[in-house]
Design a protein around this ligand. Structure first.
Ligand code: NAD
Length: 357
């Protein structure tokens, strides 16, 4: 079936992307091509050792290492990192890590216009978007601007091998959620749909291989390919109920990012299934289930993903408040966002049962 739409509008970002096991070794070459010679390398504290290896790799092109990236991009950390970038005379940032580290690179770019090279080590997909979420005083705000879109992405399968199996699965489902919601986005295009379906297919095929052998570089590479495609979907079309629920649960109840996406995905897709039947039909077919929601639930079980919000530390007593927050100012959604139905969705996600048909 053709994905052609008679009318659509799309803007694709001018980003250079390189794939390959060991491609991080081209970092100096990539910097030189852009006329850059002093990189501030960014990591989380947990990946400081990887950051040090990048400093060795870059030699005199490394201006410094800042290893305090943190989840949800706290503004105080971003300001400290900007001060560090100025102090060492950096002419670019190199973010090595997951969405938290990429977020810090974007926050620096927003404030300084420094170019960004990202070397992703999870599947979150932030490197492919011009979106930045930041937190200050317990409030998360999101900005979308080409100013934060990274210029170069180096997808190196060797770096994602160290991602623990549990995080591998939740991060993959996090990426797949961008694609799944992109299928029914109001502003989707044939190209976003193509990327969404191919991204989900890449995870369907390669994730089980990674689970069997986390060191399988070919399978790791294919999951990174899936992450890029899913991230491109996130960056080019609007997200809906699934992302609103995850932002609510992460922002107001402090639930972990990727795990929350994993648990909510089958339920949010099942919620929208009747209203977006044609758009979601390929997902049911691809994952082999009677419905897309059920098929994704079964895939999550096969991948040993977490299934219940209660296992992530959510209190049952907070489900009413979560419903209230998630249904205030909802994002556009194919099915009307109705409080009673959302409350039932959250209950099923809390219990860890199969999504409602
Ligand atoms: P993360 O970046 O917070 O990483 C989680 C932990 O895993 C960190 O301690 C990190 O150092 C470690 N880690 C990462 N890769 C590793 C590897 N290969 N081996 C060993 N340890 C590794 O987690 P994430 O899920 O990638 O990112 C979540 C954050 O990204 C959230 O703040 C989310 O809002 C943001 N995000 C933003 C966008 C966007 O477009 N703006 C998109 C997706 C996610």
């Amino acid at each position: 079936m053709s994905l052609f739409q008679e009318s659509f509008t799309t803007t694709l970002p001018p980003v250079r992307v390189r794939f390959g096991a060991g491609v991080r070794h081209t970092l100096g070459e990539e910097m030189a091509a852009l006329g850059l010679s002093r990189a501030l390398i960014l990591t989380t504290p947990q990946q400081a050792e990887t950051g040090a290896q990048f400093a060795d790799l870059l030699g005199e092109r490394a201006a410094g290492l800042y290893s305090r990236a943190a989840m949800h991009t706290p503004v105080a950390i971003s300001e400290e990192a900007v001060a560090r970038a100025l102090e060492v005379g950096a002419d670019c940032v190199v973010a090595v890590g997951g969405g938290s580290t990429t977020g810090l690179g974007k926050a620096i770019a927003l404030r300084t216009d420094l170019p960004q090279i990202v070397v992703p080590t999870t599947y979150a997909g932030s490197e492919a978007t011009g979106i930045l979420g930041q937190t200050e005083g317990g409030r998360k705000t999101t900005i979308t601007t080409p100013k934060v879109q990274p210029e170069v992405i180096l997808y190196d399968a060797e770096l994602v091998r160290s991602l623990p199996v549990g995080m591998t699965v939740t991060s993959a489902l996090n990426a797949m959620a961008h694609a799944a919601e992109g299928l029914y986005a109001q502003n989707r295009s044939p190209v976003s749909t193509l990327m969404a379906l191919e991204g989900m297919r890449a995870f369907r095929d390669a994730l089980p291989r990674v689970m069997d052998n986390p060191d399988d570089l070919s399978a790791r590479g294919e999951t990174l390919y899936g992450a890029w495609l899913c991230g491109m979907v996130l960056g080019t079309v609007g997200m809906a109920l699934h992302h609103k629920l995850c932002h609510t649960l992460g922002g107001s109840f402090d639930l972990p990012h990727a795990e929350t996406h994993s648990v909510i995905l089958p339920h949010a897709i099942a919620y929208n299934e009747a209203a977006a039947a044609r758009e979601l039909a390929p997902v049911a077919e691809m994952f082999g289930g009677p419905t897309a929601g059920q098929a994704l639930h079964d895939f999550a079980i096969r991948m040993k993903a977490p299934l219940a919000l209660r296992d992530l530390g959510m209190k049952e007593a907070d489900l009413d408040r979560a419903t209230e927050i998630a249904t205030q100012n909802p994002y556009w959604n194919p099915r009307p966002v109705e409080a009673g139905a959302v409350r039932r969705l959250l209950q099923a996600a809390w219990d860890g049962t199969a999504p409602a048909a």
